[in-house]
Ligand binder design. Sequence first.
Ligand code: MG
Length: 393
Amino acid sequence: MRIERVELFVVRLPLKRAYETSGSRETHQTRVLARVESEGAVGWGESVAPELPWYSGETPKTIWYALEEIIVPQLFESELERPEDTERVLGWIREHRMAKATIEMAIWDLFAKRSGVPLAALLGGTRDRILCGVAIGIHPDIASLLATIERELSAGYQRVKVKIKPGWDGHVAEAIRNAYPDLPFMLDANSAYSLADIPLFKRIDAYTPMMIEQPLAHDDLVDHATLQREISTPICLDESIHSGEDARKAIEIGATRIVNIKAGRVGGLASARRVHDVCRDADIPVWCGGMLEMGIGRAHNVHLASLPNFSLPGDVSASERYFATEIIGEPFTVTPDGTMKVPTGPGIGVTVLEGRIREIAEQARELRPPTTVARRSPPSSPRPAVAKRRSHR
Ligand code: MG
């Protein structure tokens, strides 16, 4: 199969409530949406990079650049027999994982739709409902945080994750545990600490969070292993894991006991499934992370989280928590038992509101393959062909 047409859109939506982490305060989300067409089928993907590069080096602008200049031209030159081929033909491109994932996920959707099966089935998912949790940003004070937790629990969520940062950490864990003696809660530091903070983490142990997510540097494995030897709270890695190989190494040195999987962070669904498999083989549970996705990205997350080793509630929550405007026709909701149904229709199984996307897009671009066959390179050496293409500019 060859990709016949790609459309890219930039959509920016306000968040219902500002979202604060140790590295950012966000009031809007800007996403690059990819619409991919081939042989009468259409697939959709959504980027996850925040507006500023506080999570990784990628932003909507780097995603647009990488897709338009390198990734889409490469895909136009490539024969894709299976969705996994996308990752293979893009393999020579370093980094740009969120950009690759944006279109790789659209191609998975396209393949699933062409076969008339849900994306979950194509991925090997076994759950018809996924376990849901919520991520709660940094609050101005403990009283408002506890009020938010109360609201989320009454909506049915099975666990809460609370963002921490220096100065908003130990007393937060203490307050949550005092207010909710049995609540499964976890903390996410988004890399805000160092080994100098070991005493703080030892203090947090007493409040028995389920895990502490990415306490140390975004590119670190070794110090996390050192920290894990010192504390009883399981460490869960997020930012540090970019591939199945990263997961293998982290597990091997004892840097992580749980892994947060985000398809965008690891370069797409094929890579996400590999991280899942590496963890499953090592008896390391995983859960599905979130990046405040709009409807398309959220749908992909729900299908991914149907894989068997997603045994902990993830960050996948109802769309209405974040956005007033929907870009899909069937917004995701959480039932009172804290689960969400995996759509059963073909592909991502939701109606993408194309008309609305075209209407609200701040930027749009249609890309088609070059008409001359001469530009196509043999599949074994894709790189020179793209370089050549660029040198014509
Ligand atoms: Mg995280």
